[in-house]
Design a protein. Structure first.
Length: 630
């Protein structure tokens, strides 16, 4: 069965009757290695072909679909235009076959700029390395009617699918053969998975993972230029992520996902879509300030301004609501610390319940890292969704639940006003970390990560991660005489890695205690290493991921972030005596899983965590964890 993006259940309501029949036939009669996209905007020009089909061996097809009947075609017609009879009278429209051809030519021109998608040898040198063609599907005209009406004069018959060629009773091979006949040539080897990802990278900019790659191609392809030198690695959402992102319909939705499963990417894509569909602003909430800054930057890189999407950390948003409606915030003199935060939130809840702060003021609400939210916070956020859209998205990973575990009993989403039964998705595959990094992180925190007993769908689950299988250097645990030696060692390694071409902003030091940060920051400055201490003070809360500096960040604030290289110093001081070992294990798990390619841990003394890490690293079968329980 072929993969349709978006899922049929999501897009069928906006399809014509003929498009629905065709989508069902394509899904049922094509094999699993076919990819299908329905009405998905293509490229920088945002073209809207009805269907795009992609197959490793058969290549790429663009299909336009018309539910015309013979009675519709009563006017003049030629290769450029067709006059059809509508309820409003005669109307001249573009010849749909020519429209499909134009779509294909723009796509081919875009893909032809990529040297890894064109043939390097043979008589087809410089042309795309796979077949491509286009066609028209007439869902209400049979082949006999097509011929008797003389439509072959304006519609090339070999490029037209007719009604009787897509009946449910048609043999699957005959159906596929009719599709293959749209293309009169074939050459080269089948497309590799990497090439298919590159095609998706070009066609659908919204699935690109790296914002730095967004500017690699011009908005208007120039056919006269040589292929652009693109990197060999172009990262995109995997197909499950893309299908999920494009298939999120109306109503309340919950996505449970392990660290690195692409939850935030789905949130960004959701914003891209919803900002075009609602007149009210969207609200994105998370717990920590650093993640809020990163989300704002990701949305800005996609062209979404702060006037369309408000990204806030939860308590900052609460304070903003009170200011906006001229309501007093709690007194800092009367309430401090957690008491102040609790009073702040309670004041907002009471004001919404009393109608002083209006509910339903956002076109959609999205919550990232929802595992840090308390039940009453969810209830408040759900109240702020416009009933006309009823659009609420919660992203959740209980394994990263860091804040006040004992104060957050198990709850169901239904209890807090989130109606997501039947609209819950689980993402188990970690795409961020290498197999080696994920293996040590999981093995270390296995007691924490062990799934809870089976729960109802409406209750947040604890999910074990599965590795995507990407490999890299093994994580390191370096023992040194003192923490000062740890700081000096990290400064040396940072300089070495930068000398090998790793940008400063792709490296981070994730620490547990403030005194560690003070020494690390001073040591980096002494070594002339540009370093940005996140959340050091009020001014440093505006995290700039692109700034050319190493990021110095707490374990708590690192959640939601990712870096090519991550250093975790001071492991010998863990677990922190002020928290439970379980909570500290979660923190270290989060810190380790921030690393995309390389993880370096250091210590100057033994501790329970050092001993556990040594056991894991010494285990002969650690490297195989990713292919079994991971």
């Amino acid at each position: 069965m072929a993969t349709l993006i978006p899922a049929f259940s999501t897009c069928s309501q906006r399809m014509t009757a003929g498009e629905r029949r065709l989508a069902q036939r394509l899904e049922d009669k094509l094999e699993a290695d076919y990819l299908l996209w329905y009405d998905v905007p293509v490229g920088t020009k945002r073209l809207h072909p009805d269907f795009i089909l992609l197959h490793p061996s058969r290549g790429l097809f663009v299909l336009e679909v018309k539910d015309w009947k013979l009675s519709t075609l009563q006017g003049e017609a030629d290769r450029e235009s067709v006059t059809i009879l509508t309820e409003a009278g005669f109307k001249t429209v573009r010849n749909p076959l020519e429209q499909a051809r134009d779509y294909l030519m723009v796509i081919a021109q875009q893909l032809g700029q990529d040297k890894l998608l064109v043939q390097a040898e043979s008589r087809h040198r410089g042309k795309l390395a796979f077949p491509y063609s286009y066609g028209l599907v007439l869902t209400n005209i049979t082949r006999k009617q097509f011929e008797s009406a003389g439509l072959e004069a304006v519609l090339e018959p070999n490029l037209v699918f007719c009604q009787d060629e897509m009946y449910e009773s048609v043999d699957a091979y005959a159906f596929q053969q009719r599709l293959w006949n749209l293309c009169t040539y074939e050459f080269g080897e089948p497309l590799t998975p990497t090439q298919i990802d590159r095609i998706r990278w070009h066609l659908f900019p919204e699935v690109r993972l790296s914002n730095r790659q967004l500017s690699l191609l011009p908005d208007q392809p120039d056919a006269s230029t040589k292929p652009i030198m693109l990197p060999d690695l172009l990262q995109v959402m995997d197909l499950q992520q893309e299908q999920l992102a494009r298939s999120l319909g109306d109503g309340h939705r919950v996505i449970h996902g392990v660290a690195g499963s692409g939850k935030t990417l789905i949130l960004v894509y959701r914003c891209l879509r919803l900002v075009e569909e609602t007149t009210k602003p969207l609200l994105v909430l998370c717990f920590n300030v650093t993640l809020a800054a990163r989300l704002r930057q990701m949305l800005h890189a996609k062209g979404i301004g702060s006037d369309c999407v408000h990204v806030r950390h939860f308590h900052g948003w609460c304070g903003e609501l009170l200011r906006r409606h001229h309501l007093a915030k709690p007194s800092y003199n009367e309430f401090q610390g957690e008491a102040y935060v609790s009073k702040l939130v309670q004041r907002v809840i009471q004001s919404v319940d009393a109608g002083i702060i209006p509910a339903g003021s956002y076109g959609a609400v999205m919550i990232d890292e929802g595992h840090d939210f308390r039940p009453e916070w969810f209830k408040l956020a759900a109240q702020m969704v416009d009933p006309a859209t009823n659009s609420l998205l919660v992203l959740y990973d209980d394994a990263q639940n860091l804040y006040e575990q004992k104060a957050k009993p198990t709850f169901s989403f239904k209890q807090v006003g989130i109606q997501a039964q039947g609209r819950t998705t689980i993402l188990k595959v970690n795409y961020r970390n290498t197999k080696e990094i994920l293996a040590i992180a999981y093995a270390f925190a296995q007691e924490v990560m062990t799934p809870t007993e089976a729960r109802e769908e409406d209750v947040p689950p604890l999910i074990q991660p599965q590795s995507a299988g990407r490999h890299g250097p093994p994580p390191e645990l370096i023992k040194l005489p003192s923490f000062r030696h740890e700081a000096d060692y990290l400064a040396t390694r940072l300089a070495q890695m930068h000398g090998r071409g790793i940008p400063w902003n792709e490296m981070a030091i994730v620490y547990r205690a403030k005194w560690m940060a003070e020494q690390l920051y001073a040591c980096c400055q002494h070594a002339h290493i540009p370093v940005e201490w996140l959340n050091r003070d009020q001014d440093s809360q505006l995290y700039d991921a692109a700034a050319p500096s190493v990021k110095l960040v707490t374990m708590h604030s690192s959640r939601g972030l990712e870096f090519s290289v991550v250093f975790v110093p001071g492991v010998g001081y863990l677990p922190n005596k002020h928290n439970t070992p379980e909570d500290e294990a979660r923190l270290l798990y989060v810190a380790m899983t921030r690393a995309i390619d390389q993880l370096v841990l250091t210590c100057d003394r033994d501790s329970a965590f050092v001993q556990r890490l040594e056991e894991v690293l010494a285990s002969k079968h650690m490297a195989t964890l990713g292919s079994h329980t991971l």
